[in-house]
Ligand binder design. Structure first.
Ligand SMILES: Nc1ncnc2c1ncn2[C@@H]1O[C@H](COP(=O)(O)OP(=O)(O)OP(=O)(O)O)[C@@H](O)[C@H]1O
Ligand SMILES: [Mg+2]
Length: 156
């Protein structure tokens, strides 16, 4: 079972508004998976989620491309993964990342397809598509326990 909603993001401001709302609505143990081409806005959306979770403004969220994982602290701990360089899902196991997937923070995962069979069942998947230089399209799909919460995760 899954539910999807498509949200036009005509400007960076709209992406930031969506992200802040997602951050405000996030609960301990939530998992957001972010897909989309290079430059689609996955890290930008993560910065806005951090704002919504009251991560201090002087704490700048950057892509953990080489380290694979960055941790931030706001209303909840945020574990931000960028799995672009992950070799195999076995590496997730070796790195001990599974404990983050089932911990008490918000886990945000860029390039989640790398998880393969370790993909968590309950999650909010956000797929960003480039429309033009300033516009994006977001398709949000809620799986498992996230499904009944989808409406409350969206800005009005
Ligand atoms: N509507 C929009 N939403 C999100 N980002 C936008 C929008 N319009 C312009 N941008 C710009 O697009 C860029 C998105 O870069 P970002 O690093 O967030 O992408 P990414 O998906 O994380 O890429 P990568 O796969 O390389 O990590 C930023 O420079 C951002 O300012
Ligand atoms: Mg990124």
């Amino acid at each position: 079972m899954q539910s999807s909603v498509t949200i036009p993001l005509p400007s960076l401001a709209e992406t930031m508004r969506l992200g802040r709302h997602l951050g405000q609505a996030a609960r301990p143990g939530d998992i957001f998976t972010l897909s989309g081409d290079l430059g689609a806005g996955k890290t930008t959306l993560t910065q806005a989620i951090g704002q919504g979770l009251e991560v201090p403004a002087d704490c700048y969220i950057t892509s953990p491309t080489f380290s694979l994982l960055h941790e931030y602290h706001g209303r909840l701990p945020i574990f931000h993964m960028d799995l672009y360089r992950l070799g195999s899902s076995a590496e997730i196991h070796e790195l001990g990342f599974e404990e983050y997937l089932y911990g008490n923070g918000l886990t945000i995962i860029e390039w989640p397809d790398r998880l393969q069979e370790l993909m968590p069942h309950s999650r909010l998947d956000i797929r960003l598509t480039l429309v033009d230089e300033t516009a994006r399209l977001a398709i949000l799909t809620a799986y498992g326990d996230m499904q009944p919460r989808l409406a409350s995760l969206l800005p009005q």
